[in-house]
Design a protein around this ligand. Structure first.
Ligand code: UD1
Ligand code: F6R
Length: 714
């Protein structure tokens, strides 16, 4: 999982210093996607030369590295393309030689930044090594750069000077796996290629003049024209599966040299960039894995689709595809982002995680905004309206997710079953795939993901699509892969979540799932009262979260004193609160690196009780619901063994008042709400606790070690 960023200016004069600053700032906004090493590639002082700067560590280390190399910042460029990368290692440890951009050769003929994994890189590497290429890194990406050079050089030797996008098509034929990538080359000065398969990539467009149309046409090679010669394809037996499929579709002409009129495409103008008077438009392009790094510069963006090859040159953006698929869109629209820059900045908070915890009164409200009519006790999810009858007919619902998103499914499963009267199973995406769980055409598969890019969830989604199930997404990132590939869904509208630990996405996912359950039951008379109770409960949630956030100083004090220097922590919960216990434990583990475990209170006596003594810190969820007597009894088992649990209970609960006063237990009081919504309030103290435990240890809360914001590798 990595972040890629690119910047192209055309007829907008920029100094090298300005270009470097734009690239570096873009990377800083993408750091949450990975942050073990970074790098940029820009034009050098000599004609057609490329400079690469790379450094391990975060972007701040790269800035120092560039300063130390002291490039002339004053040189100006009227037309220039630079590319940049922030990495989270998948192949090769974080060391300078493994940073991106990766290059084709010591002259930097082709330089690449890549997010994703090339699964056949070993085969490609061997093949290229046999042809004399010397590899310098442990990355899978290096083989892409070398492949570009190899195919370019071989065609040149055969007298064919390939257009950059044609060359890219040939390179992509060889690649298996996933990628979002940018390629820059000294053979194509002022040009850049951006292409994706399974990894997100978008292009921001900034122009003083209004674009003629707000879309870009997709360009296809003329199907009668053969593909240029690809040197790796020497005989049909040597073809990879992908190549073979492609060859079969294309017919025998595949190995013909490039036809002259294919070059005509190079000179066709894209309608969007056509100016009134035929004069070229001054324009800038921002390429990125994520809109949050582009929004400062422009709100006009175009999301690339899988297999699109975007080619930027002479101030124009062209989108090419190898093949014309039946029913596929012939254009890519240039959309206007609604995201504000303020939304992605920290504001008065020290960390994004803290800001996001405190945003929850607003983010939960935004999840419900325009969807719940509190006066009429009704719910309307625009994205699901047309699909509800089909969902109601299902014989079962499978919720599939990872990590925190999985916990939001667990927390809402009971109310889902109660309201929909459809059996619900909740699956961890990786386990679901490992088991090759049976899926049927009449199943409804719900995929919950903050980023919408998590590889395991995405693979499970493809698995369910192949089996004909109806797929529903519950996703935060609009335009993400899961949001686009699912049949329908709900955007949780929590705003960008940048802290690696998921907080506001959890509460918004939880609410979105409850709203989905409410929508499924709106035709059931027997559920009217229960629905009303929940909808009115939801109305109070943002205000109640605000109230719980007032516990911050109390929690900080607990972290400074009782929980300081502890090695381990148990969280006990039952029923709806089992999910809170698991999610609380995950937050504490990932941010403060303290061992913590969420335990189903009913399971205590089956083993875990052996751990309990007067020293082990325990947090118990003792809020009111139908299981309250059982929870009290589980907690008594703990206190009987001299355990001193911190109790999360409802305000002014007499039972806990008496018990806690008697044996001097600490309690954290939260407002009471409807049983199935209580988890929304109970998780807040744990989010704050994980935050302060980590801050006290001096941990960089937004960048916990070994973790990245969205996990786009299996
Ligand atoms: C939509 C608009 C919102 C506008 C509102 C007004 C978008 C993204 N949202 O919100 O800006 O204010 O109409 O009526 O344009 N979808 C999936 N998979 C997912 C998530 C969503 O397929 O994982 C689909 C939905 O089925 C729907 C579309 O994406 O077709 C937008 O979903 P959502 O934003 O939830 O819809 P609305 O709340 O109606
Ligand atoms: C924990 C956390 C992760 C994610 C998980 C799934 O704080 O953030 O456990 O919840 O990686 O990510 P998404 O929701 O993006 O699919």
């Amino acid at each position: 999982m990595c972040g890629i960023f690119g910047y192209c200016n055309y007829l907008v004069e920029r100094s090298r210093g300005e270009i470097v600053d734009t690239l570096v700032e873009g990377l800083q906004r993408l750091e949450y996607r990975g942050y073990d090493s970074t790098g940029i590639a820009i034009d050098g002082d000599e004609p057609d030369s490329t400079l690469i700067y790379r450094q391990i560590g975060k972007v701040s280390a790269l800035i120092k590295e560039i300063e130390s190399k002291n490039p002339n910042r004053d040189v100006t460029f009227v037309s220039h393309c630079g590319i940049a990368h922030t990495r989270w290692a998948t192949h090769g440890e974080p060391k300078q030689i493994n940073c991106h951009p990766q290059r084709s050769d010591p002259n930097n003929d082709f330089v690449i930044v890549h997010n994703g994994i090339i699964t056949n890189f070993r085969e490609l590497k061997t093949l290229l090594q046999n042809k004399g290429y010397k590899f310098e890194s442990d990355t899978d990406t290096e083989c892409i750069a070398k492949l570009f050079k190899h195919i370019y050089d071989t065609n040149l030797t055969n007298g064919v000077e390939l257009d950059f996008h044609e060359l890219t098509k040939l390179v992509l034929l060889e690649l298996e796996g996933s990628y979002g990538l940018l390629c820059k080359s000294s053979h194509y000065p002022g040009e850049v290629i951006a292409t994706r398969k399974g990894s997100p990539l978008l292009i921001g467009v900034k122009s003083e003049r209004k674009l003629k149309v707000d879309f870009v046409d997709v360009e296809f090679a003329d199907e009668n024209i053969g593909q240029p010669e690809t040197p790796l394809v020497e005989n049909n037996n040597a073809l990879s599966t992908k190549q073979r499929n492609f060859t079969e579709q294309q017919g025998e002409s595949t190995l013909l040299p490039i036809a002259a009129n294919e070059f005509n495409l190079r000179h066709s103008q894209s309608r969007a960039f056509l100016s009134e008077d035929g004069a070229p438009n001054p324009i800038e392009f921002f390429l990125s894995s994520d809109a949050s790094s582009v929004v400062k510069h422009t709100k006009k963006v175009l999301f690339l689709e899988d297999d699109d090859i975007a080619h930027i040159y002479d101030g124009e953006l062209h989108i090419h595809r190898s093949r014309r698929e039946v029913g596929a869109s012939m254009t890519r629209s240039i959309q206007t982002l609604e995201m504000e820059l303020a939304q992605i900045m920290k504001g008065p908070y020290t960390h994004f995680m803290q800001k996001e915890i405190f945003e929850q009164p607003e983010s939960t409200f935004n999840t419900m905004r325009g969807r719940i009519d509190f006066d009429n006790n009704s719910v309307m999810l625009g994205g699901l309206k047309a699909w509800l009858p089909a969902i109601r007919r299902a014989r079962r619902i499978i919720m599939i997710a990872c990590g925190t998103s999985y916990h939001s499914c667990l927390g809402t499963r009971a109310i889902f079953e109660e309201l929909s009267e459809i059996p619900v199973s909740v699956e961890l995406a990786s386990d679901f795939l490992d088991r090759k769980s049976p899926v049927f055409r009449d199943d409804i598969c719900v995929f919950v993901s903050q980023s919408g890019e998590t590889a395991d969830t995405m693979l499970a989604l493809n698995y369910c699509l192949e089996r004909g199930a109806l797929t529903v997404g519950i996703v935060n990132a609009v335009g993400s892969s899961i949001s686009r590939v699912t049949h329908c869904g709900v955007h949780i509208n929590a705003g960008p979540e940048i802290g690696v630990a998921s907080t506001k996405a959890y509460t918004s996912q939880y609410i979105a799932l409850v709203m989905l359950a409410l929508s499924l039951s709106d035709d059931r008379v027997s559920k009217v009262e229960r629905r009303k109770e929940i909808i009115q409960g939801l109305k109070r949630i943002p205000g109640q979260i605000k109230q719980v956030l007032n516990l911050e100083s109390r929690i900080k004090e607990l972290c400074d004193k009782e929980l300081k220097d502890q090695k381990s922590l148990l969280l006990l919960g039952r029923g709806y609160q089992f999910a809170s216990a698991l999610e609380g434990a995950l937050k504490i583990k990932e941010i403060s690196y303290m061992h913590s475990e969420g335990v189903l209170a009913g399971e205590l006596k089956h083993g875990v009780l052996a751990l309990v003594d007067e020293d082990l810190p325990i947090i118990a969820f003792g809020t009111r619901d139908s299981l309250f007597p059982k929870v009290v009894s589980s907690i008594e088992q703990v206190t009987a063994r001299k355990g001193k649990p911190i109790i999360i209970c409802n305000e002014n609960d007499e039972v806990w008042k008496k018990k806690c006063d008697k044996i001097n237990l600490v309690k954290l009081e939260v407002p009471q709400t409807v049983d199935c919504l209580q988890g929304l309030l109970n998780i807040i103290p744990l989010q704050l606790m994980s935050y302060w435990l980590a801050v006290n240890k001096g941990i960089d809360v937004d960048f916990p070690r070994n973790l990245a914001k969205s996990v786009t590798v299996e």
